[in-house]
Design a binder for this molecule. Structure first.
Ligand code: NAD
Ligand code: ZN
Length: 362
């Protein structure tokens, strides 16, 4: 399959996703973007900077007129407009104009914030994604959704803004914590469930290599997941239909994440939401009941929680109502017709959700 995936919109080429096992290849990719008379500001966080900034900044400085950087404290709590303001300030002080570039070096928090900064500074400048977490390499860096949180509201302020390049260094996954890695697996298992049964089986077969972060296996995994996400966002870039399938496990997962005060990790909550969605699909006679125990086995292989303590199903369902309000009063719930095939359902009842949640509440 190679290590490059082009992304199109309305049939027009927009950008390429490139996967490598080091940062060396970034030089060639940046040269292709012709940045010779452009400035580039690398946006990164306080955890990623000590690991990778020096190496990346050296490469960037060889490919453009001047490399700068902006480092903000790591953590979702800093994915907000205050940090964006500081970024604007840096860009103004460094005299960035509308031809200059931003480069997001980090996880989804950095990518979302940097992308939003790029979408809005001077009505939009170009940016590059260099995702360094599993979640960002298979999910958040692709598809052009950018944004920040506002008070306690997640991703409340944002814009669609496509990057000029996504460059994933798979080897950067080696320094990721066990917990972050396992959380990323939640979105990957979801990809198998909604689009590709054989990939889902492959994940199970390669579990130990994946857990041990064997680079060849991880490269293949990131590649397949990127193909799946690319195919979905190409068909539906602004989430009018098909893209909703990526929300498998997210309606209930978001509610669990919120009620845990974000102590539980996003991918883990998505996994829990997938269990409940599968239980509902089974109850409706859409898929066979054996599939649920298979899913639990896969999730346990990747150290994902399969139950959650201290939450009531009623409270979780109540919390989904705020998502519903934001989507003109309907919940577009994602169910599974079979492994590898998901569908949108608008008829889901709160009673069904409550029943599905019983499978994950300890
Ligand atoms: N735009 C989208 O389509 C989209 C999709 C899914 C999620 N998201 C967003 O993504 C964010 C979550 O992304 P995330 O899970 O990558 O979180 P994150 O960016 O907070 O990264 C997780 C942690 O890992 C650290 N880190 C990053 N790379 C590392 C590395 N290589 N080695 C060691 N540590 C490293 C970070 O500093 C951070 O502490 C959320 O804000 C979510 O809303 C966006
Ligand atoms: Zn998600």
């Amino acid at each position: 399959m190679g290590n490059r995936i082009p992304v199109h919109m309305d049939g027009t080429f927009i950008y390429e996703i490139v996967m490598e096992t080091g940062f060396d290849g970034l030089k060639k990719e940046l040269k292709n973007l012709n940045l010779g008379d452009r400035k580039v500001c690398i946006v990164t966080d306080s955890n990623v900077a000590p690991l990778y900034l020096e190496e990346v900044e050296t490469i960037v400085s060889q490919c453009c007129k001047k490399a700068e950087h902006f480092i903000f404290p790591a953590g979702e709590e800093n994915k907000n407009l205050d940090t964006v303001r500081n970024l604007y300030e840096t860009l103004i002080l460094k005299q960035f104009d509308r031809h200059d570039y931003l480069l997001a070096l980090g996880g989804g928090v950095v990518g979302d914030l940097c992308g939003y900064g790029a979408a809005t500074y001077l009505r939009g400048i170009s940016f590059i994604q260099v995702p360094t977490t599993l979640l960002s390499q298979v999910d958040s860096s692709i598809g052009g959704k950018t944004g920040v949180d506002f008070d306690s509201y997640k991703n409340m302020v944002g814009a669609f803004h496509m990057p000029k390049l996504v460059y994933s260094n798979i080897a950067s996954l080696k320094t990721l914590s066990e917990e972050q890695f396992s959380s990323g697996m939640g979105e990957i298992i979801k990809h198998g469930l909604i689009k590709d049964a054989s990939y889902y089986g492959w994940l199970m077969e390669h579990a130990s290599k994946i857990r041990n972060r064997d680079l060849e296996t991880l490269s293949e995994m990131v590649l397949v997941s990127n193909h799946i996400k690319r195919d979905v966002v190409e068909k539906d870039p602004t989430e009018q239909g098909e893209r909703a399938l990526l929300n498998l496990g997210h309606t209930l997962g978001h509610a669990i994440e919120k009620l845990s005060d974000f102590r539980l990790m996003h991918g883990h909550c998505v996994g829990l939401g997938c269990i409940a969605a599968m239980a509902i699909s089974i109850k409706r006679g859409m898929i066979r009941s054996e599939e649920l125990s298979k899913l639990l086995t896969v999730m346990k292989e990747f150290d994902m929680p399969v139950t959650v303590n201290g939450l009531s199903p009623e409270n979780i369902v109540l919390t989904t109502r705020s998502d519903k309000k934001m989507d003109s009063g309907t919940i577009r719930f994602i169910l599974l017709e079979q492994i590898g095939k998901a569908c949108v359902d608008k008829t889901i009842t709160e009673a069904e959700m409550t029943e599905g949640l019983r499978h994950i509440l300890a």
